[in-house]
Structures are given as C-alpha cells and as structure tokens.
Write a protein that binds this ligand. Sequence first.
Ligand code: NAD
Length: 490
Amino acid sequence: MDSNITKVAVAYGDGIGPEIMHATLRILEAAGANIEAEKIEVGEKVYLSGNSAGIEKSAWEIINKNKIILKAPITTPQGKGYKSLNVTLRKSLGLFANVRPVNAYAPYVQTNFAGMDVVIVRENEEDLYAGIEHQQTQDVVQCLKLITRPGCEKIVRYAFEYAQAYGRKKVTCMVKDNIMKLTDGLFHNVFKEIAAEYPNIESNSQIIDIGAARLAASPKNYDVIVTSNLYGDIISDIAAEIAGSVGMAGSANIGKNIAMFEAIHGSAPDIAGKKIANPSGLLNAAVMMLSHVGKTKIADMVKNAWLTTLEQGYHTADVYQEAITKEVVSTSEFASIVIENLGKRPTTLPVSNLADGNGEIVIPEYKRKEQKQVLLGVDVFINWKGTDAYIIGDILSGIDSFKMKLKMITNRGVKVYPEGMKETYCTDHWRCRFVDINSRVEGNLVYNPVDFEKIIALLSKLNDEGFQVIKTENLYEFDGKRAFSLGQGE
Ligand code: NAD
C-alpha cells in the first residue's frame, strides 16, 4: 500500500464506461494504489440535459481541486451543437501534451509487429485544431494553422524529458517543414535547439509523410515520436492499429497542473451492458496515471499482473484467438484474475519497470526573448470575380495608394501577376502584396519599412475604388529576418 492518498476526479463515462471503470478501480484498490475517487458528471446525460459542453459546473470544481482525472469514454450524441468534451477539457485545462505509448503484445494480441514499443507525444492545443475557420469568399474557406514558440518548446521539451524519465533512447521529430517553412519550420527549429540540450538522447527528424509510412512499415525503428496536433492525431491511430492494440492502449493528456488519463477507444455502445468489454485500455491509462503521480512501483505491479493475465490466456472476447486463449472471461472476471496476479511478472512479454525511471517531469516556464519587429508591407486579400490576373493586376498597379505599390498577386499561393502563367486556375480569392513605394522588388529584394498609416490609407483607397477587402495580413521581419512566405513562383 502506498501511504499517500491520490485524489482523482473520476468520470464513469457512457456505454461500456461504467463497467470498465469499476473493473479498473477494483484492481487499483487491490494493488494498494490508495486512490480517493471523486465522481464527476460528464458525457451523454449532461449533453442531453441541454449542456452543449457535456460537463457540469460541479465537475470543473472537482477537477480543479483534485488535479488528476481518470476518464472512461463518453458518447457524444448525434446532431449538431454538441462540443467535443475532450477538446473542451484539453483546451480549458491547458493539457498541452498527449502521450500515447503503443505496444504490441504478440502473440497474445495479433499484430505483424511483435515487440513494437513506440511512444507518440502529440501537441494537443494548437495547430489546425485551434478551430479558427472562416469562409472568405463564395468559393474559398480557410482554417488557420497556429503554431507558437511556447507551444513547441513545451511539447518538444516534454518529449525529451519523457524519454529521459522512462529510459528511452531516441526522439524523432515529424513535421512538414519542406512545405510549411514558417509553422512546421518553427517546430523543427525548436526541436533542434532543445535536442542539443539532451546529448545522451539520440534525435532525428523526418518529413511526416515518409515518417508515417516508415512507422507503418518498420515501427521497431522508432522510440519516442514528437509531432504537432494533426500529424500526431493521425500517426497515433496508425501506430495503435498496426500494434493491434486499439482496444488496449491508454493515453495521457498532460498539463502544467492538471493531467487526464483515458483509454483510446470509445464508449462501444454496441456491447454496453453485456459485461464483455475489455478494461485493458482504461487500466493502462490508470497505470500511466500512477506513474505520473510517482506511484511507479504500484504502476509496475498492476501492469505486470495485467501482462501475466494476457500470457495465461485469460482474454476478453475482443482479443480471443483460438490457439492462444485459454478462457474467454467477462470484464469483472478479467479484473479478478488481474487482482489474483498482483505480484507476478510476465515470463515472455517485457516486464514493466517504470520504477527505474528518474522522476517527475517538470517543464520550465517559457522565457520570451524580445525581438525587433518591423513592418514591411501588407498582403491584402480581395474578393474579385474576374479570372484574368492581368486585369486586376493592372488596375491595382495604377492605384495612387499613398506611397505603397503592388509587388505581386497570388491566387491560392501561386504567383499570377506579374509574369503569371495563363494555365494557373484562379478562384475569387486574390492575395495582393503591397510594399513601400521605395522598396526594391526586382533582383535582391530590399523592403523599406512601412508605417501602419500607409496601410490604412491603402485599404481606404481600395474600398473607394470598389474592391472588397476580405482580410489583410501584415508583412514583418523579426530581428532582420523575413517572416512571411514568398508566393510560389515569386
Ligand atoms: P468505439 O471505440 O467505441 O468502438 C469501435 C469498436 O470497438 C466497436 O465494435 C466496439 O464494440 C469495440 N470496442 C471498443 N472498445 C472496446 C473494449 N474496451 N472492449 C471490447 N470492444 C471494444 O468507437 P465508435 O463506435 O466509433 O464510437 C462510439 C462512441 O464513442 C461515439 O459516441 C464516439 O463519439 C465515442 N468516442 C469517445 C471517445 C472518448 O470519450 N475518448 C473516443 C472515441 C469515441
């Protein structure tokens, strides 16, 4: 028995949630984890009572008090207007890191990749998941991809600290900075900076497309992978699928003060109430929780008892294999056998040894280094129904615009004026780049700084001339470095 009480906000969830939560809590109690569970109301019942966020006010209070959440899967009702509870929890509580260890348990769980042991550390709050979308013209919608330096530093450092704490040897960064040089480029640069602080941990980077393909083909070449939100969402599902462990894997959502642990599967309404659900995903999440709060010995004891149960051939129906399964057991029978096995260690699967880890993961506060920001121009996005770039280009070039001049026009990122190609398809969404009249735009670019007043005057002029400005983006340099992309073909 661990003498420290760990207070945990417990969400029993929907569908199979209550069954697997009862099974999990029984095992934790028998292992002497000393958990004080306080129930929170979230999920389907709360949604259907008219609360579109799916979480009651009292639940927020319990979460803020206990700081640790163990959550069973919930059912999001069909229909519009219901906000994803997971996204709400992650964002509201600042749960910046999603950590998903993915293991193969061959031959007890079918997989082509015996021995697979990969941890995916996914940024959890920003990227395309910031949820900032707009329709700008009749034909064009936009989703903003937001990547921040503090966000990158937190997640990349977390990945290296995790590797250090859990005896991992290598961290691989996956992004697509050959295309997204500023956003994914920032993530990659931060990765290189932070990797240099951990000389004992090997580090490498791969472009996400080939990285995902190689992960699917040879997962043994990966140890810890760190990546941004969307890529992480995709590759963590690829990894769980090829390991054969979608029903077995747990995940952690880690914040500065609060952390949430859950299974990766959903509420499985098709088997709810049948007493056949596999509690392993939630149990593995609970093992991560115990390790997170420093109860690593108990975490190992539970994990090893669970591995032993798998080896003994006591399986829930979802992982039944004729040649391997000795007996198909119910959810609660499975939990009882894990409890009987507490203290035993697996003989063929790798023994869990979290207790050898070297401690709590602390991420330092972000330290901002001030940079000199200079305004160099503006991209004005115009809704124009014409299709000939030379018509709009010539009009805009001729505009007396209070000392700003048109440098180029792109359509969907491709330069169409001046010197565009007739073949480039143009929509009603024209990005018109204006710079100071004295900037040199031929040969070596030299931008003159611009006063914001000039931009306001330009916008006013464009409006007077009948152009519909749908959005502007200022062009800056930071510490003398251009901080905007060039048009393709520019
Ligand atoms: P699901 O993961 O619930 O089920 C997919 C299949 O896997 C089903 O056949 C199910 O019976 C089986 N399965 C899942 N977990 C199992 C377990 N522990 N033991 C045995 N079999 C298991 O996915 P779904 O059907 O797409 O989604 C059902 C509901 O779950 C939806 O309302 C969805 O929104 C929700 N969901 C919630 C979460 C979460 O709360 N974190 C995650 C994913 C889906």
